[in-house]
Design a protein around this ligand. Structure first.
Ligand code: ADP
Ligand code: MG
Length: 358
């Protein structure tokens, strides 16, 4: 009996020693978090490493400052000042000028599917004040007279609009804010973090154990997820009309992404667009504009550009995944068919893919 007890004790000691050794080999990384409301949405950040909390606090402050520059409704913001300047030039912050110039370039590249001057039309649909209504055709036609990204003038850090025009950087702001918040985290020494800016996800590095982040994509047709995407060091940004919409009297679903050609909610046959890109601002600009363009034009655009990957979900329930991320995406079992989009020139064109990032 005594020997048995001795044996038991030495085993227990050995186990404790092994546990202690394991703990030394893989110490729990320090975790820092923030969750807050900004840019009309809930945001969360989780970062790992020593001093991560200070970096997270700085990243949050950065996002809050950017919101105060870009808000369409806050009276002191750059965008508010430009929108109420009645045609006069307005000096804006460097970040505002950079974001606006980027949005104008993307408007050009997407043939106007991204349209940063749509604000008066959005207001007419009641999206800006939660007072939804369906405007008359004549009202839309009159408002569209003042919608034209090509008439926005940016010179250095000065912005000038024609009287009657208004800017709204809602389609790209969160993506760029994510880029600048990620930059603040990296500057604070963070090498592993996940930022979720209201569905715009930005990953710094991989998880602390070195494995990729496991991101659940939202099912645009109802509750729950569509599937899992493994990702690291990239932005994963989704747009759809399932979150901010209203149902008109005739039963039509009116979403907050508008087709600048018609001034009406985009009706391109897509239910959601997820973009995987190196930069959040590109992902954000494209998730909105490819939603307007529809699957065929989006596919052609992807082939042409080569610096992003995407997952399109059609209204019919088909999932189209570009080949660079096809292996990283696993749809949940009961989902409809998945089709992989391929591109012959992919290797030469240096297409974006997860491997490029490692
Ligand atoms: P969210 O901001 O909900 O994540 P998006 O990035 O797709 O979604 O941006 C949608 C917002 O962009 C709308 O709420 C509106 O403010 C603005 N918007 C709507 N349609 C367009 C468009 N065609 N081009 C540019 N901005 C748009
Ligand atoms: Mg967007």
């Amino acid at each position: 009996m005594k020997r048995r007890l001795q044996w038991f004790c030495s085993c227990a000691l050995l186990c404790a020693l092994l546990l202690a050794l394991c703990a030394c080999a893989a110490p729990e990384p320090e975790e820092a978090q923030a969750s807050f409301f900004a840019m009309n949405t809930y945001m969360t950040m989780t970062a790992y490493g020593a001093d991560a909390q200070a970096a997270v606090d700085r990243a949050q402050a950065r996002i809050e400052a950017l919101e105060s520059f870009w808000s369409v409704t806050q009276e002191g913001s750059d965008i508010y000042a430009v929108n109420h300047a009645q045609g006069q030039p307005v000096a804006v912050h460097e970040e505002t000028a950079a974001l606006l110039s980027f949005a104008l370039d993307m408007a050009e590249e997407t043939g106007g599917a991204l349209e940063p001057t749509l604000y008066p039309v959005l207001t007419a649909w009641g999206f800006t004040a939660d007072a939804h209504r369906v405007p008359e055709e004549a009202e839309l036609a009159a408002l569209l007279e003042n919608v034209d990204y090509a008439r926005v003038r940016v010179q250095g850090e000065t912005v000038q609009l024609d009287p009657g025009m208004m800017l709204d950087l809602g389609a790209v702001g969160k993506g760029y804010a994510g880029d600048l918040a990620a930059q603040a985290l990296r500057e604070g020494g963070v090498e592993s973090a996940l930022l979720n800016l209201g569905g715009n996800v930005q990953a710094i590095g991989a998880r602390p154990d070195g494995s990729p982040w496991r991101l659940e994509l939202r099912n645009p047709f109802g509750e729950g997820g569509l599937g899992l995407l493994l990702a690291q060091d990239c932005a994963v940004i989704t747009s759809g009309n399932y979150e901010n919409y209203f149902v008109a009297e005739d039963g039509t679903v009116c979403g907050h992404i508008l087709d600048p050609e018609t001034g009406r909610p985009a009706d391109s046959g897509l239910a959601s667009v997820t973009i995987v890109a190196q930069e959040g601002r590109l992902g954000d600009a494209l998730s909105t504009s490819l939603f307007v363009m529809g699957a065929q034009r989006a596919e052609a655009f992807w082939r042409e550009r080569g610096d992003f990957e995407m997952i399109l979900v059609t209204q019919a329930g088909e999932i189209l995944v570009t080949e660079g991320i096809a292996d990283a995406f696993t749809p949940y079992e009961d989902q409809a068919a998945v089709r992989v989009l391929t591109c012959e020139v992919r290797a030469d064109a240096g297409h974006f893919s997860q491997e490029n990032l490692e």
